[in-house]
Design a protein around this ligand. Structure first.
Ligand code: HAM
Length: 406
């Protein structure tokens, strides 16, 4: 039997209601924050991602689905949405005159990672980006937008981890100091971290290796390298969150896996879903537009991992996964009344009712059982008599009352 590719999943009818719930909820929160939807292609020229996400990140160096198409172009299935959205914004002049631009998106992403619960090779993100404002108010708006989505889903016990990477200059100075320190301990570092030391030293801060963690205890910390301006920016973000009642946890080792960030970075984690606990993340990125030939455009954004949110929702709110609402189930006693039943159903659907008929002409008992099972609000039984007279009863399944329609 041919099966789906490892790391991909079929979302079957017993799950898709939950996905629709999440998609609709996200779009509704986005509208309330004044964001407009953008849809960009699922694949882009490879350089869209390599130049922005960074050659030495795991995403670019190990996880991209890259291939050469028949026109000899290097193409990559998008591993995230931020770079493609900026490419589109520059191409279509969405920010050229300096205007604020608020965009949201939902879609499939592709990363060649080792599949496990909550980690797939085709996964889904919903997210948003805000272009053309350097102010910390925008960072706070983004975090509050994402947090509102989680809260309206009913996910209340998430942790918001936040950190600042400072400006590009602060970050560079810090990387130099960190590298100098770690060079001295090189022999004691894990193999992964030794490779990272030359390629992407900041990521060593993320290491889960015990030996690395011990070495990092004495390492220089980013906070000591922040400029006054960076500190003021970060403090203001924190203050805005507090004023709006959002609690956070400052995680000084949070650096995120993509290279484009500066200043604020954040992640939402859940303790309900095991090791892949990051529900989403984001941060400020002020220099991406230049890669695509655009003007300097300070920006901030976030993405939520929908697959992981679904895992939480399955535990928290199983009821949203089986919400088929059926207003009426029309039972046909025999196929000879099938045409009449179908016309009756069509008329009711045109009036906005959700109506189901049996297309297998099973017994009355079997049809009634199904009507009950799916929770139909009303049932109409049509036989020869009803068809001839045009008079039939609508039975209310909740209270058992019957209404005669002539
Ligand atoms: P990210 O942290 O790489 O950020 O991904 C965001 C979220 O996508 C993760 O927290 C996780 O929930 C989900 N995710 C990532 N990889 C997988 C996977 N293999 N399987 C299932 N879920 C996954 C970004 O992508 C940035 N573009 C966020 C951003 C937007 N920054 C600024 N604007």
């Amino acid at each position: 039997m041919i099966q789906n590719v490892r790391g991909t999943r079929d979302l079957l009818p017993d799950q898709t209601k939950g996905w629709q719930f999440l998609e609709q909820l996200f779009a509704s929160v986005a509208e309330r924050f004044g964001y407009a939807e953008i849809r960009t292609p699922i694949f882009e020229l490879t350089e869209v991602f390599t130049r922005t996400i960074g050659e030495n990140t795991d995403v670019v160096s190990k996880e991209m689905y890259t291939f050469t198409d028949r026109g000899d172009n290097s193409i990559t299935l998008r591993p995230e949405m931020t770079a493609g959205a900026v490419r589109a914004a520059v191409q279509h002049n969405l920010t050229a005159t300096g205007q604020l631009q608020r965009l949201w998106y939902i879609g499939a992403q592709f990363r060649y990672e080792r599949p496990q619960a909550g980690r797939y090779r085709q996964f889904y993100q919903c997210g948003a980006e805000c272009y053309n404002t350097p102010y910390p108010e925008a960072d706070a708006e983004m975090i509050m937008f994402a947090a509102t989505v989680l809260e309206e889903c009913g996910i209340k016990d998430y942790t918001l981890k936040i950190n600042t990477l400072g400006s590009q200059e602060c970050r560079q100075q810090y990387i130099t100091a960190l590298t100098e320190y770690l060079e001295q301990k090189k022999e004691e570092l894990s193999e992964d971290s030794r490779v990272r030391l030359t390629k992407n030293p900041l990521r060593i801060l993320d290491s889960k290796d015990r030996g690395d963690i011990a070495i990092l205890k004495e390492a220089p910390i980013l906070a000591d390298f922040l400029s006054e301006e960076s500190k003021i920016h970060f403090d203001k973000v924190l203050k805005l969150l507090e004023k709006n009642g959002f609690s956070y946890y400052i995680e000084t080792k949070l650096v995120r896996g993509l290279d484009y960030y500066s200043h604020t970075v954040f992640e939402f984690a859940s303790n309900a879903i095991g090791s892949q606990d990051a529900l989403g993340g984001g941060g400020r990125y002020n220099t991406m537009f230049e890669y695509f030939g655009g003007k300097s455009t300070p920006s901030v954004g976030f993405s939520l991992g929908m697959d992981r949110m679904i895992l939480v929702l399955q535990q928290l709110r199983p009821e949203i996964f089986n919400q088929t609402i059926v207003d009426c189930y029309i039972v046909a006693l025999d196929r000879s009344v099938g045409e009449f039943v179908q016309r009756l159903a069509m008329g009711m659907r045109k009036e906005g009712k959700r109506v189901i008929t049996d297309l297998q002409y099973r017994s009355l008992k079997a049809q009634m059982r199904e009507a009950n099972k799916i929770g139909a609000k009303t049932v109409i039984v049509i036989g020869e008599e009803e068809m001839k007279t045009g008079t039939y009863k609508v039975k209310n399944m909740e209270d058992g009352t019957e209404l005669i329609i002539e």
